[in-house]
Design a protein around this ligand. Structure first.
Ligand SMILES: [Zn+2]
Length: 207
């Protein structure tokens, strides 16, 4: 279970970002089947609803909406729930939105592929993945974000299903391995697409 900075559990809906934006789910459509904190069923048979809608929260998501598209900043309306038995607050976000990360999983997959597999520079990756209006601040940091993602993969905080390459691997090697795993996770019908597109698509499915 992942938590956000305020301690609420963050649960990914099966609905992806695009569908969520086109048709935001209702309270009942997005309600998790169980409370992730205590395991109580949200709608037990013969009893009232245990996981009540508790408002919404705006959540920024950065990165391209499609692998070859421009990087944008979108605001998704996440749904909040409060558990009657334990009081825990749960936030439901679209699939591909990660707790504590402002970029979509797909955008991170694309960035790791461009940097690790295609030899792009950090500046080139930034142009593809970072929305124009925040490039200024990001550029001042030399886009430390890219290295932070690779470091998070190496520490198994991000995409923990990616095999460990050991302490001697460079961050670019870690990025390359992660991108390969993500690309392999994309739907088989995407085989003909470029590897960075498959890493973009696969990242939405990988834990
Ligand atoms: Zn609970």
């Amino acid at each position: 279970m992942r938590r956000n900075r305020s301690g609420a559990s963050v649960v990914q809906s099966p609905i992806d970002i695009k569908r969520w934006q086109q048709q935001p789910p209702t309270v009942s459509e997005a309600r998790p089947s169980r409370c992730p904190a205590c395991g109580a069923a949200s709608c037990p048979v013969g009893s009232g609803i245990q996981l009540h809608g508790h408002g919404t929260r705006e959540r920024q998501v950065r990165g391209p909406c499609e692998a070859g598209g421009p990087a944008v900043l979108v605001v998704v309306i996440a749904r909040r729930y409060r558990c009657v038995p334990c009081g825990a607050v749960t936030i439901v976000v679209p699939r591909g939105v990660r707790a504590r990360r402002v970029y979509s999983a797909a955008a991170i997959g694309l960035a790791l592929a461009l940097w690790g597999l295609l030899g792009a520079t950090a500046a080139e990756v930034r142009r593809r993945v970072c929305p124009a209006r925040i490039v200024g601040a990001a550029a001042a940091l030399g886009w430390a974000t890219l290295r932070r993602w690779a470091r998070s993969v190496a520490r198994r905080w991000l995409f923990p299903s990616v095999p460990d390459l050991g302490p001697s691997a460079s961050l670019r090697q870690v990025a390359a391995r992660a991108a390969s795993v993500l690309a392999a996770s994309a739907d088989p019908t995407t085989r003909a697409l470029a590897v960075e597109h498959r890493a973009f698509l696969g990242a939405g499915h990988v834990a």
